[in-house]
Design a protein around this ligand. Structure first.
Ligand SMILES: Nc1nc2c(ncn2[C@@H]2O[C@H](COP(=O)(O)OP(=O)(O)OP(=O)(O)O)[C@@H](O)[C@H]2O)c(=O)[nH]1
Ligand SMILES: [Mg+2]
Length: 198
């Protein structure tokens, strides 16, 4: 059973004019392409292939809005850091992200999805500064934790935590083993409720 039985896909947007009406509350999932954003969303809403994890070009480049509950939404942001993307596309992405972060009144928090084996990239830092510039609380899911031994995973968490300072909270996560799902959901609920307890 899904904890969010009403959850459903709403719309994909390629430009601010296509964004869903800016009311209620939403939390955005950002991260490098292939980091595991869509997989994390699927675990959190507890539904397989809710947010598509396949590499369908065109879809992953869009801002995907999902209805969660009442006037609450999740937003799957386009992945970044893909080597083969042309400059034109990269500029479009940067403009779209800047518009999104600057204009969305309903945006209550950001989940930054980071592959635990890669640590923070320059693009991740750009997303952190977008969030910081608009006073948005951020929670980092260090995902694919299942790929590392326990000791390595603990070390990676400490490093990222030190790197982030007071700027964001961070946790281990795995879409495979479901490690960290309750903690992630609790943080999501705090953001949606407008509480930042970090
Ligand atoms: N082992 C393991 N694999 C994972 C985990 N999360 C995601 N994956 C795999 O990583 C790949 C990418 O996952 P997605 O969720 O599609 O990644 P994404 O960030 O949404 O990618 P884009 O939409 O292209 O930006 C898929 O093959 C997933 O099955 C995890 O926690 N553990
Ligand atoms: Mg995705």
């Amino acid at each position: 059973m899904s904890l969010y039985p009403e959850a459903q896909f709403l719309k994909s947007a390629d430009a601010p004019s296509q964004f869903i009406e800016d009311s209620g509350a939403e939390v955005a999932f950002a991260g490098r392409s292939n980091a595991g954003k869509s997989s994390a969303i699927n675990i959190i809403v507890n539904r397989r292939q809710f947010a598509r994890t396949s590499k369908t070009p065109g879809r992953t480049r869009l801002v995907n809005f999902f209805h969660l509950r009442d006037s609450e939404r999740l937003v799957d942001l386009p992945g970044y850091g893909f080597a083969k993307v042309a400059d034109k596309m990269r500029n479009h992405w940067a403009d779209l992200m800047a518009d999104y972060f600057e204009m969305r009144q309903s945006l209550k928090g950001m989940f930054l999805i980071v592959d635990i084996r890669r640590q923070l990239t320059d693009f991740d830092r750009q997303m952190l500064s977008f969030a910081e510039s608009v006073g948005l609380p951020t929670h980092v899911l260090l995902t694919k934790t299942d790929k590392l031994k326990r000791g390595q995973a603990a070390k990676a968490l400490l490093e990222v935590r030190r790197d982030l300072g007071d700027g964001a909270t961070v946790q281990h996560f795995s879409a495979l083993s479901r490690q960290g799902e309750d903690e992630a959901r609790a943080r999501l609920e705090e953001f949606l409720a407008g509480h930042d307890e970090a």
